[in-house]
Design a protein around this ligand. Structure first.
Ligand code: PMP
Length: 406
């Protein structure tokens, strides 16, 4: 028998299935109330709009190019639509600054590949998006904690990086309604991240996957927009913005994008040529078709549904959670982050919950690059109706209260 492990590259040792994913397989069972999935509600997909888009593409002159190979940069009319959409949030760029990816997950993989040599350091928030850690892990980095409220100096980061024999390359953060915490980094925090990046001469990767999903409160300027405003143009910036159509239109199409200065885009294009040539031509066309005819309407529909669910979840948390549990009110996105008293373990609680209360959530530990955060939970409101939210949080509150007393 071939000893596969012997011939796998060293980077493969950091590719591991998480125990949590195994546990979450149980979610298929119909009696479970799930707040675990970080996925959009399929009932809100613009399916009729996509049906029309594909019908139009197939019945028009575009059909041959829709089914053909296309350029690695991405479908130009979609990139042009993105330029206009970015303008609305203060990001002034040209079509050459926009690169289409197969979902924004691919952007994270490419950016890891582009910046991280083994032992280099990526600065990430504690906690951070698990998929970003998985994408970066393949490039064998170390992680250090990025805290937009600032508790580390550039020298500390450099000293830590020197210990592992690499250099700090970028700071990655999801600044709006983050996965997993639902929190938004305020303007002062964004400024601090940019200042830190200036001082260290590193890039900033701004993950805008949830950027469109603000339910209330004032929008906060994207870091890339701040960077453009202070530096006089996108070519002078150090921020790379990754965007997605997964949370607004549909994730199954796998269409995302990157907006950045040309030197970054040129490399990403070469990476795409080597990896998968280009993102699905027909799906890019369909996204452009649907987005250009009713993106804002679709986003408004999603926000109305999710904000009602967020409100229902906040009401239920107030009603049922024991006093010792804490959480913050997210202004958008899909998640609420719950912190339990020190010593409680989210993974143990999940196992118990699935066995007795039949409620699922994601234990927070997996989102921490240093393995801390055992007493945290991510609960998602995107796919649950208000009745399920009330019942599910009631059961979860009961479980946590019970765990406190044992
Ligand atoms: N970034 C964040 C913060 C996410 O939560 C997700 C999806 N869960 C992604 C990126 C990747 O999304 P996609 O590849 O579907 O664009």
């Amino acid at each position: 028998m071939l000893d596969w492990e012997q011939i796998f590259a060293t980077r493969s040792s950091r590719m591991k299935a998480s125990e949590i994913r195994e546990l979450l397989k149980l979610l298929e069972q119909p009696d479970i109330i799930s707040f675990a999935g970080g996925i959009p509600d399929p009932a809100l997909f613009p399916d009729q709009e996509f049906k029309q888009a594909y019908a139009d593409i197939f019945s028009g002159p575009q059909v041959n190019s829709a089914l053909q190979y296309s350029v690695s940069e991405g479908y130009k009319p979609l990139r042009e639509w993105i330029v206009k959409d970015m303008e609305k949030i203060g990001i002034d760029c040209s079509v050459d600054n926009v690169f289409i990816t197969s979902g924004s997950q691919q952007a994270l993989d490419y950016l890891g590949k582009l910046f991280l040599s083994p032992n280099d350091t990526a600065l990430v928030t504690w906690p951070t998006y698990l998929g970003a850690l998985s994408a970066f892990n393949a490039y064998e980095p170390t992680y250090d904690q990025l805290n937009p409220n600032g508790n580390r100096t550039p020298q500390t980061y450099r000293d830590n990086a020197a210990k592992t024999g690499g250099a700090v390359k970028f700071a990655y953060l999801s600044a709006d309604f983050s996965n997993p915490t639902g929190e938004t980094v305020d303007l002062a925090g964004r400024n601090r991240v940019l200042e830190l990046a200036d001082e260290m001469d590193i890039a900033v990767i701004e993950d805008g996957a949830y950027q469109n999903l603000r339910f209330d409160g004032e929008p906060v300027t994207p870091i890339l927009a701040m960077d453009i405003a202070r530096s006089g143009g996108i070519e002078q910036t150090r921020t790379i913005y990754s965007g997605s159509f997964s949370k607004t239109l549909a994730p199954g199409l796998r269409v995302g994008f990157v907006v950045a200065a040309m030197p970054v885009i040129r490399k990403l294009v070469l990476m795409k040529q080597a990896a998968d040539l280009h993102s699905s031509t027909i799906n890019q066309m369909a996204v452009e078709h649907v987005a250009s005819r009713g993106f804002d309407k679709q986003v408004a529909k999603i926000k109305a549904a999710y904000s009602a669910r967020r409100d229902a979840m906040l009401v239920a948390l107030e009603k049922y959670m024991p006093k010792s549990a804490r959480w913050a009110r997210p202004e958008g996105g899909m998640f609420i982050w719950v912190t339990l008293p020190e010593g409680m373990d989210g993974a143990e609680l999940l196992a118990k919950s699935l066995a007795t209360e039949r409620v699922a959530f994601v234990p927070g530990k997996a989102f921490f690059a240093d393995g801390s955060g055992a007493n945290t939970l991510r609960i998602s409101f995107s796919c649950a109706n208000e009745q399920m939210i009330d019942e599910g949080i009631k059961r979860l509150g009961r479980l946590i209260a019970g765990a406190e007393t044992t």
